[in-house]
Design a protein around this ligand. Sequence first.
Ligand code: ZN
Length: 390
Amino acid sequence: MKIYEITARDYKTGKPITVKWNNETIVDIKPIDNEDINNIWIAPSLFDLQINGFSGVDFQDISINTESLIKAVNNLRQSCCSKFLLTLITDRWDRLIQKIKRLKELRDSNEILKYSIVGWHIEGPFLSDKIGFCGIHNPSLMIDPMPDYARQLRKILPDDLILLTIAPERKGAIEFIKTATELGIIVSLGHTDAPYETLKAAVDSGARGFTHLGNGCPQLLDRKDNILWRVLNMENIKITLIPDTIHVSPPLFRLIHKVKNEIVYISDAISGAGATPGIYSLGDIKISVDNNGIIWNPTKTGYAGSSLCPIDGILRSMKMLNCEWQKVWERYSELPAAFMDIKHDISKNGNADFVIIKTSNNTPEPVEIVVSGQSKLLNNSEKSFIKTAN
Ligand SMILES: [Zn+2]
């Protein structure tokens, strides 16, 4: 069996290491003395908890096929993202179940899809139907959660990661969160205007996150008491943020990082992400992507997902925080995986799933991605840094 190796600096420690793998598994990691690799780094691939579509492919489309899913997955890999939760937004419950079943069937019958679509993020229909809080989701389709819905999800997705975003002020939500948590479904709060006590009861019942803080709420908020202040003032809640400079303004982005330590980045990408400006679909909704990459709802009064490519989330967040890329990388790789209770780092017996990054003036340039042991060059780079080991 062939063994491959790469020598590069570990993105966390800055120390040179040699990583060896065969097939898809890392078999050895050793620290070494090598000053020639000053600007070559290794970091786990990006892991995104919220992708609704990518590069012209809309995951909400009921007639989606294997080819388009593979196209989206391959283009996400080009953007350094090897694993993600395929995200479905609010729909009629029976239609949503139908979509999940079909997508799971497609995913299960293809190795590339099986590797990259590691689970599902179901965002809706248990959300607030209040204008502004419902965002782009159709408020007339919102329903109250009942424990049976959680059981049904677990039944059709017996072994998969499931993330569910819900508004805890909906009738029965607290009971639902307890059942979902018992079933191993991870609950995040979002698209909600719940009072502080209800948010706290939800967290005490097992909810662990808050989905895209700063979004899923109206443009104008009460300055004395609003969903942002309530969440920022809460303990034991992890925050997901869209680091595109559009969904969360740079000052608010910096402020949230001062107040919260458990932060995870997501793209909330839709079909227009990684594609050219124009008109795209998000299920039945037509949305437009403008020249600045802003995705507008049909009335142009709010955003509808983002056009962010995962690697750009790293570049933009490091600029907003004025820090090195190594400081933000974890929030878009290891931490989102940890959010779902799985490991996604560079470790012995772990997956050979990482990005090789060249830096100049501390600007990261990904040159190669290794997914499941297989290497692909990125950004027109011509030379692979991988060798066959002796
Ligand atoms: Zn949302």
